[in-house]
Design a protein around this ligand. Structure first.
Ligand code: G3P
Length: 222
């Protein structure tokens, strides 16, 4: 499958506000705002909620992590084939809160390609991004770890990082995240060449997630 872009992607992480029944409610808010505004939105759910989320909404549902294995004698892993059979569209890999070795990333990407699943490999800098793009990731998400969860967005604080990553990796492949809280942050990221944004606390921790999401999504519109 392929994403339509530009796209806004919300990672539910393991925040209490975005687990279980609350995750379904939040997923439906994402679906509603995507339809209302006519923009592309996807969600990244916590592993234990994925099947329920995929059944609840028609927007793309991604995993936070997957392992490059199929069915078999594996304990505690997230096998790609099982996620696929549950209707999961793809996965993030190597988030800075769940780092992987290059070999693990390659194995996951190979298996995801086999099943036509969308892949987003997170990178902490441009050099990593170039390396992961060469491994065949569909998208590279550049996230500067020290800005994650804060109120200063990468688009404001480190615009040059976005520009350099887009120049090195190519247009249409780079997502950016960390500290993105407003529609203006999203607009700026796209102006700098990103093809989408990855965010979490700006929606999940917002007092009014629907209002926050509407504002954020307004930044996707030209
Ligand atoms: O996966 C997205 C995330 O790491 C960014 O988090 O809270 O800074 O939007 P946040």
């Amino acid at each position: 499958m392929a994403f339509e872009t530009p796209i806004l992607i919300t990672n539910f992480k393991a925040y209490e506000e975005a687990i279980g029944a609350k995750a379904v409610e939040l997923a439906k808010i994402h679906e509603r705002v995507a339809n209302e505004l006519g923009v592309n939105v996807a969600i990244v759910g916590m592993t234990l909620d994925l099947e329920m989320l995929a059944a609840a909404v028609s927007i793309p549902v991604l995993a936070q992590h997957m392992d490059g294995v199929s069915y078999g004698p594996y304990t505690g892993l997230v096998p790609v084939d099982i996620a696929r059979s549950m209707g999961i569209d793809g996965s993030m890999l190597n988030h800075s809160e769940r780092r992987l070795s290059d070999a693990q990333i390659v194995a996951a990407l190979e298996n995801m390609k086999r099943l036509n699943m969308m892949s987003i490999v997170c990178a902490e800098n441009e050099e990593e991004g170039v390396r992961y793009a060469a491994m065949g990731a569909d998208f590279i998400a550049i996230e500067i770890p020290e800005l994650i969860g804060g109120n200063v967005s990468v688009s404001q604080a480190r615009p040059e990082v976005i520009q350099r990553a887009v120049a090195a990796i190519g247009k249409g492949k780079v997502l950016v995240g960390a500290g993105i809280k407003t529609g203006e942050d999203v607009r700026k990221a796209l102006e700098l060449g990103a093809t989408g944004v990855l965010l979490s606390s700006g929606v999940v921790k917002a007092k009014d997630p629907m209002a926050a999401l509407r504002d954020l999504c307004s930044g996707l519109k030209a």
